[in-house]
Ligand binder design. Structure first.
Ligand code: ADP
Ligand code: MG
Length: 693
């Protein structure tokens, strides 16, 4: 395989554009991309033509507007290029209009009440900042999706808006600091993706994995991840061949798949790409997840992206590495070489500190999902409490700033900066793996994101809240008569006011829960609690101020997320009921019967049957309890129909339904531990976790 040759071979990127487009068309497209100028229809026509010819050469027969509705996965509707001619034949056609805008009925996609069904039309609009590509004989056009009235109905639109908002505020700050060179900045993101690979035949025997992507029952195996022998261990042949094919397909789509290794739990792995612009990184991550599932299937494996597929072993997350880079190539979270650079660096770090403290709730809400709730705080992922790890060097540097402040009037200031920050190590080795937001040298790593989630939401939030801090800093700096002093003051004040959000210790520990409480930090333990905060006045005005989401859009999103949460748990509950009634209860009974036969036979022999009798009795009792819980779960599911308010319903699912599911599970798992495995109706944890070779 010649990697440089196949890399991006299915992507209509700048190189291809340059080759296939007339120069003036190429230039006009480029300025659209760089300056956000809108594209002329005649130019779009030429671009569409070139795209079509290129795609047909790659075997494409169809095109699709590819978008990211609020379901969290991608959506597509395929149209062929054919257009009839007078002589009863067809030609292949694709117009500029078809490239730019699509009308899509899509009335079944979630809209949170922003679209009445009588005007169910939605629009898809080409996003020229993410490249089109060919996959499965189809030309894929990344698009944004909005309602007839212009409300965004997808994850991409607010992401693009938030990047613009951040760009604007960063430029204000840089200008106020005397830097007029930088014309634009980009948010860069590298999402590390964790996943499980399970044997397909095994997985298909479990309705819970088939319907919900996680095991709803399952006793803990004798061996989990205690020995740490899987993490970074040798990759097994089946997994290796999966990874090889995955890499190849990702590379063809121009996705920078870079690092692959085994993760902490048995059967768990990770893929990390090289970072790129946030919008492209988000699209690429969606494609990565899709391809993981598809390629696993080809290898008779199932790829689980659920946040907590197995109880008792680590779940899967997505580490969202986030940074800002200027068009002149400077990473604003890089400490830099000179005192000036260092001060600017500290200012941007301060912006993140302030943003994180003021909007803990929004960050928590941005990663909230039914699946992620099982993972957060279960000693493998940070708890639901937001905090930042800066590392000891940076922390003591800020402490020194607080103590010394703005001591000298002119040159001294710079010296102070230089003295405190001789050389900040770019990569601190004592990285804190337990922190939800860790500063790792030149980027922030947001580790609370769920494995199956789109990275759009968390980046919308990061971009917007940091834009807000920067806008406050810019207001001060622009008005200031002594920029250097104001700069120092901002850093010191921010540290003083917000240092409670900084925590270098162990986030998994019991003490942190207490300490965080004493510090007054939020602990929004569940998704309903987190989602509730979306519509707080301070949060709505933030999104409105930066034109990222309108108050209607926020309410719609909140509605959709409450609904999603309830639906996921309802499907899980129904699956549990079905498995318990049709598989588990009968299986336990069968084993009890077998034991009773044994007891009878032993009685005849006058042999001791004490153990058989004990097990049979215990299992019979458990089975009664199982049915009791199933009945109660059914009752709860019928009761839910009486609750119409989505928020109330979400809390009902959390407080009542999840609770009942958990106790049903305990009984079943207890039974599994003492039932002859011949009778157990589906593969155990041991088989699921240790069978891929
Ligand atoms: P780890 O966190 O596992 O130790 P690395 O620090 O090498 O690994 O990088 C992890 C991820 O961070 C990679 O996906 C990488 O592309 C991404 N990354 C590195 N630099 C940046 C940056 N400036 N902006 C965004 N992401 C980055
Ligand atoms: Mg990492």
């Amino acid at each position: 395989m010649n990697i440089p040759e196949i890399f991006a071979e299915n992507v209509f990127n700048e190189e291809v554009m340059k080759k296939t487009l007339p120069e003036e068309v190429f230039n006009s497209l480029k300025s659209t991309l760089e300056e956000g100028v809108s594209l002329d229809l005649s130019v779009a026509q030429k671009v569409a033509d070139a795209m079509k010819n290129w795609a047909i050469e790659k075997g494409a027969t169809h095109y699709t507007h590819w978008f990211q509705p609020m379901t969290g996965i991608t959506a597509e509707k395929h149209d062929s290029f054919i257009s009839p001619t007078k002589n009863g034949k067809v030609i292949m056609e694709f117009s500029g209009k078809e490239l730019i805008k699509g009308e899509s009925d899509a009335s079944s996609l979630p809209n949170g009440g922003t679209r009445a069904t009588f005007e169910a039309r939605g629009y898809t609009v080409w996003d020229p900042s993410s490249y089109v590509f060919v996959k499965d004989n189809t030309l894929y056009i990344p698009t944004a999706f909005c309602s007839y009235g212009g409300e965004s109905l997808d994850k991409k639109t607010p992401l693009l808006r938030s990047s613009e908002a951040l760009n604007k505020q960063v430029l204000r700050v840089l200008n106020a600091l005397g830097n007029n060179e930088v014309k634009s900045v980009k948010v860069t993101v590298g999402p590390e993706q964790e996943y499980f690979l399970i044997d397909k035949e095994m997985a298909n025997k479990r309705e819970d994995l088939v319907f919900t992507g996680r095991t709803l029952f399952g006793a803990k195996p004798p061996k989990g991840q205690e020995l740490d022998d899987h993490y970074y261990g040798a990759i097994k042949p089946r997994v290796k061949s999966f990874m090889e094919e995955l890499d190849k397909e990702l590379w063809k789509l121009g996705i920078l798949a870079k690092t692959e290794h085994n993760e902490a739990a048995p059967a768990q792995h990770e893929l990390a790409p090289i970072y790129t612009t946030v919008n492209i990184a988000t699209d690429n991550n969606q494609l990565t997840m899709e391809l993981m599932k598809k390629i696993a299937d080809k290898h008779d494996l199932v790829c689980l992206l659920h946040e907590k597929p197995f109880k008792g072993v680590s779940g899967s997350g997505k580490h969202n590495n986030w940074s800002i880079t200027t068009d002149t190539g400077v990473n604003l979270f890089d400490p830099g070489e000179t005192p000036d650079d260092n001060l600017r660096f500290l200012l941007f770090i301060s912006a993140v500190i302030k943003a994180t403290d003021n909007y803990q709730d929004l960050l928590r809400a941005s990663i909230a999902s039914a699946g992620n709730d099982h993972r957060l705080g279960s000693s493998e992922a940070p708890p639901a409490i937001i905090s930042i790890y800066l590392g000891d060097d940076l922390y003591s540097c800020l402490t020194a700033f607080e103590e010394n402040g703005y001591k000298n009037k002119n040159k001294g200031v710079m010296k102070l900066g230089a003295k405190i920050l001789p050389t900040l190590p770019k990569d601190t080795t004592d990285r804190n793996r337990t922190s939800p937001i860790a500063f790792t040298g030149n980027k922030f790593e947001f580790r609370m994101v769920g494995a199956s989630d789109s990275v759009a939401d968390c980046n919308v939030t990061l971009n917007t809240i940091v834009a807000e801090s920067l806008s406050i800093f810019a207001d001060k700096l622009e008005k200031s008569k002594n920029v250097n002093k104001t700069l120092h003051d901002i850093i010191v004040e921010t540290f003083k006011e917000h240092k409670r959000i900084l925590f270098n210790g162990n986030n998994y520990s019991e003490e942190w829960l207490n300490e965080a409480k004493a510090r007054g930090l939020m602990n929004l333990a569940s998704t309903p609690e987190a989602l509730e905060t979306l519509t707080l006045d301070k949060n709505v005005s933030l999104f409105e101020k930066h034109k990222v989401l309108s108050s209607t859009e926020i309410s719609a999103r909140q509605h959709i997320m409450f609904q999603n949460y309830c639906r996921i748990i309802r499907i899980e509950a129904l699956t549990m009921i079905e498995m318990a009634k049709k598989q588990i209860y009968p299986a336990i009974n069968e084993y009890v019967c077998k034991l009773c036969e044994t007891i009878k036979a032993k009685k005849a022999l006058k042999a001791s049957y004490k153990t058989d009798a004990e097990i049979a009795k215990k299992l019979s009792e458990i089975n009664e309890k199982i049915y009791e819980k199933v009945n109660y779960l059914e009752y709860l599911l019928s009761k839910r129909k009486t609750i119409s308010n989505p928020k109330e319903k979400a809390f009902f699912f959390k407080n009542e339904v999840l609770e009942c599911m958990a106790s049903l599970r305990l009984y079943v798992d207890d039974a599994e531990k003492i039932t002859d495995e011949k009778y157990w109706p589906f593969p155990s944890y041991t088989k699921l976790l240790f069978s891929v070779n």
